[in-house]
Design a protein around this ligand. Structure first.
Ligand code: MG
Ligand code: MG
Length: 280
């Protein structure tokens, strides 16, 4: 069942999605070498509850934490632990916020300190691929148009591995709703999009091959070749001519650039160009 949301419902989803952005902004202020991923999770849970929300992920199919924190070769679903962040780590943070009956879902990948240029490029391309997907989330397109746009840019143009085992999804009253939104596929395939659908568009892109495996903890999905992976996600409303992100990276980027421990050199003047993609 694919839901078409009313204007009021979309505004409630937007509120939750923007609270995810606010939570990830707090994360961006905190990230530095020497702190544990668990301490970031504790802060995030406090922030969410202080703002009257519930962490969508905590307890979801038994997931033990507020954030998924996936470091380096961990693609997604890494859980917060006593791991101490260090210079050169790439940290994907995924968060869900639930309030007033609706979820928001968004993710962002950070680079701590000295990170190889090829990895910074992976982050830049993965982030842009979200907007390439968002631009296709319009009335009468199909899910496959989003999938193709993401795959064509990340794999076709840049040769990265596109993870297939995990996909984007509808989001609203439940965290994961229909339809599935793969990051690979063919133009014109899949369900037809209608204005008012809300989709989480979330490319998971590997520097190396697309192959992944799940660790014995039952959650952490890692790259089989051990290379770095990146993950960005926007909760997105399907509109007439293009998708509209309901979450926002703008406050996260501002905090990222203000934090001297984080490497934001991959963006720079790139950011206005990325925004163009959804404004046109
Ligand atoms: Mg997410
Ligand atoms: Mg998601």
């Amino acid at each position: 069942m694919i839901y078409i949301r009313t204007r009021d419902e979309i505004e409630l989803i937007r509120k939750s999605a923007l609270m995810v952005s606010a939570t990830l902004t707090e994360v961006a202020k905190l990230l530095k070498p020497g702190i544990t991923t668990k301490s970031i999770d504790t802060m995030a849970e406090t922030f969410i509850r202080d703002n009257g929300g519930v962490p969508s992920f905590k307890g979801y199919h038994g997931f033990p934490a507020t954030l998924c924190i996936s470091v380096n070769n961990v693609v997604v679903h890494g859980f917060p632990s006593d791991y101490v962040l260090k210079d050169g780590d790439v940290v994907s943070v995924d968060c869900g916020f639930y309030k007033n009956g609706y979820h928001g879902d968004s993710a962002y990948t950070f680079a701590i300190g000295n990170v190889a240029p090829e990895v910074l490029q992976l982050l830049k391309v993965t982030k842009e691929s979200v907007y390439r997907g968002v631009a296709q989330a319009c009335e009468n397109n199909r899910v496959g148009d989003i999938s193709y746009a993401v795959e064509q840019f990340t794999h076709g143009e840049h040769g990265y591995g596109v993870v297939r085992e995990l996909v984007g999804h509808g989001v609203g009253r439940s965290l994961h709703e229909d339809p599935q939104v793969p990051n690979f596929g063919r133009r014109g395939d899949g369900k037809k999009l209608k204005e008012g659908m809300v989709l989480a568009i979330e490319p998971m892109i590997n520097l190396g091959t697309r192959d992944v495996e799940t660790l014995s903890d039952g959650w952490s999905v890692v790259t089989r070749d051990g290379k770095v992976s990146a993950h960005f996600e926007h909760t997105t409303a399907v509109r007439k001519r293009r998708g509209e992100p309901l979450s926002s990276f703008a406050p996260i980027e501002e905090a990222e650039r203000a934090n001297p421990e984080l490497n934001s050199s991959q963006y720079g003047e790139q950011i206005p160009m990325i925004k163009e993609l959804v404004i046109q």
